[in-house]
Ligand binder design. Structure first.
Ligand SMILES: Cc1cc2c(cc1C)N(C[C@H](O)[C@H](O)[C@H](O)COP(=O)(O)OP(=O)(O)OC[C@H]1O[C@@H](n3cnc4c(N)ncnc43)[C@H](O)[C@@H]1O)c1[nH]c(=O)[nH]c(=O)c1N2
Ligand SMILES: CCCCC(=O)C(=O)O
Ligand SMILES: [Mn+2]
Length: 491
């Protein structure tokens, strides 16, 4: 390229950036006045406030393929009172509020669709209470899953819900997350006892009643259920009380390969039907096994496989593994390798939790468009096989992994950045998969939530009456549509 051309290109780029900055400034100044900035700063203090370009970019994105949408301003509240004051301020000025946990979401939930204020919750990071007698922990939104588990390890308790990423526990509550241990311990839905929530108007409520820590309750409407999975569109969670469990005395893990998807899933179904209290029951297809072998230096068979884990007494985990082995054998399995060795087990689960990064490594520099559907177990093998057929016909690379004990799986479509044709094609397949799951009596998302990516599919899943009820609920709690707007449902 000639020097002149290079200079011209660099000038064009500069002008574009200057223009973009200019537009951002106009956008920013038209929405957030100096007066509002001063008030926000006085609520949280100078050190908990930023409008830097870098911070705005960072807060507009999560770990998904969605285009980043930066907010105008980022606040780091340190107390519920501050969150409430920010909410009141935003209500007066009709400014969007977007809560930010750890940004590990997979549906673009933290993007500021209309600009506004992001509330980064990481500085509210206290573990408020741990009760080993009553099996609960109360945490502020800055506490992550592994921080809680490190903190309580010596008590013999743990919080088992494990999405792989070290997400904030409150982020996990509001996305209704689950992951590998849900088949035994349930999802976040089954593991929240109470929540403190700041509403759009600044009111602070406790969803099970002030200070309630009872294991069950039939008092009134299920407000906890309403806020679990709301993705910040109904309120900002400032504390969560979660169920704890005893750390199992013994753990065994197993790997087993199969000649077909049907054999693998039929084993999974029969393990559950046999009443084996399996703790993890994960499926990886041939492409994902190959990706994980390469990425994690393993040498497993590169065919449809199951990773399993059993929790209990040492006799019980041995018995469970042996029973599962028999079932696998009846379904044409290859060798069923199981172990209680902690190092081997953690190598296996690290490889499983790195599945997303192993997929990415198949095409260096790529982005990943992740699907997440969930269907009743009896429909699962057909839905997986049809999805694999669609992937193969499209020419895309898309390893599959799933929490099949719950009927839940993901395809990781690898995308070359900037290839809009491919993105369009993948989006079509992903939408088709969502519809396939709904028609197979399932749901368009088992655990990643709706965010910006699945609003249309949720509409189709619920139909007009269901969506209209959701809109009424949203309107009752957030009449100005300033709580994380543009997510979950459109108004
Ligand atoms: C490698 C890898 C692997 C997985 C996953 C991610 C990654 C990167 N995930 C997805 C992810 O970990 C999950 O969605 C988390 O629950 C998100 O928690 P964050 O704290 O990161 O929320 P993040 O900051 O990403 O926000 C997510 C949404 O919640 C809202 N929010 C966050 N904190 C809030 C608060 N205090 N109050 C109100 N709203 C709030 C945000 O506004 C946004 O809409 C996942 N998930 C899963 O279920 N199963 C899995 O297997 C996996 N696996
Ligand atoms: C690789 C799929 C996306 C992350 C996830 O949900 C999981 O690993 O289970
Ligand atoms: Mn998952």
């Amino acid at each position: 390229m000639s020097t002149w051309l290079r200079l011209l290109n660099s000038w064009k780029l500069q002008t574009r950036f200057t223009l973009l900055n200019h537009i951002n400034c106009i956008r920013y100044s038209s929405r957030i006045s100096d007066e509002l900035l001063d008030k926000a700063r006085s609520i949280v203090g100078d050190n908990n406030f930023t409008i830097s370009e870098a911070a705005r970019l960072l807060h507009g994105r999560d770990e998904s393929y969605h285009v980043p949408l930066p907010p105008d301003l980022i606040l780091f509240p340190t107390s519920t009172k501050q969150v409430s004051e920010i909410a009141k301020l935003c209500t007066i000025h009709k400014i969007p509020m977007i809560p930010f946990g750890t940004g590990t979401g997979l549906e673009g939930g933290v993007g500021a669709t209309r600009g506004g204020v992001t509330l980064n919750m990481t500085r509210m990071d206290q573990i408020l209470e741990v009760s080993t007698d009553d099996l609960f922990a109360t945490v502020r939104p800055g506490v992550t899953r592994s921080r809680l588990n490190n903190h309580i390890r010596d008590t013999g308790m743990w919080f088992p819900i494990d999405p792989g990423a070290d997400a904030s526990l409150c982020g996990m509550v509001v996305t209704s997350a689950s992951g590998t241990n849900a088949v035994r311990y349930g999802t976040m839905k089954e593991n929240v006892i109470n929540m403190e929530v700041v509403l759009a108007n600044g009111d602070v409520i406790n969803t099970s009643g002030t200070d309630c820590r009872a294991k069950k309750s039939s008092a009134g409407y299920n407000l906890t259920g309403l806020f679990v999975g709301c993705e910040g569109t109904l309120g900002i969670m400032t504390a969560a009380t979660l169920r704890l469990y005893g750390i199992p005395e013994s753990v065994s893990s197993a790997v087993c390969s199969f000649p077909s998807v049907y054999d693998a899933i039929s084993t999974a179904t029969m393990v559950i039907q046999a009443g084996i209290p399996v703790a993890r029951l994960e499926f990886l297809d041939d492409v994902m096994m190959s990706a994980c072998n390469k990425y994690s230096g393993l040498s497993y068979d590169e065919t449809a496989s199951l990773f399993l884990e059993f929790h209990g007494s040492s006799n019980s985990v041995e018995e469970q593994a042996e029973l599962a082995k028999e079932i696998a054998k009846d379904n044409n399995s290859g060798e069923f390798q199981w172990t209680t060795d902690p190092e081997e087990r953690s190598r296996l689960w690290k490889a499983r939790h790195d599945a997303l990064y192993a997929s990415k490594a198949l095409l260096p520099g790529c982005e990943v468009y992740i699907t997440d559907v969930c269907v009743p177990m009896s429909n699962l093998p057909d839905v997986i096989v049809k999805s694999k057929q669609a992937i193969s016909e499209s020419g895309c690379i898309a390893p599959i992994v799933g929490h099949v004990g719950d009927g839940n799986f993901h395809c990781c479509f690898l995308l070359k950045p900037g290839d809009n044709e491919e993105l369009k094609k993948v989006r079509e397949i992903a939408m088709w998969m969502g519809r396939l799951a709904i028609s197979a009596r399932g749901t368009c998302t088992g655990e990643h939530g709706v965010g910006r990516g699945k609003i249309q599919l949720v509409q189709e899943q619920y139909g007009e009456d269901g969506i209209s009820l959701m809109r009424n609920i949203k309107f009752a709690l957030d009449p100005d549509n300033i709580m994380n707007p543009g997510k979950v449902i459109t108004l």
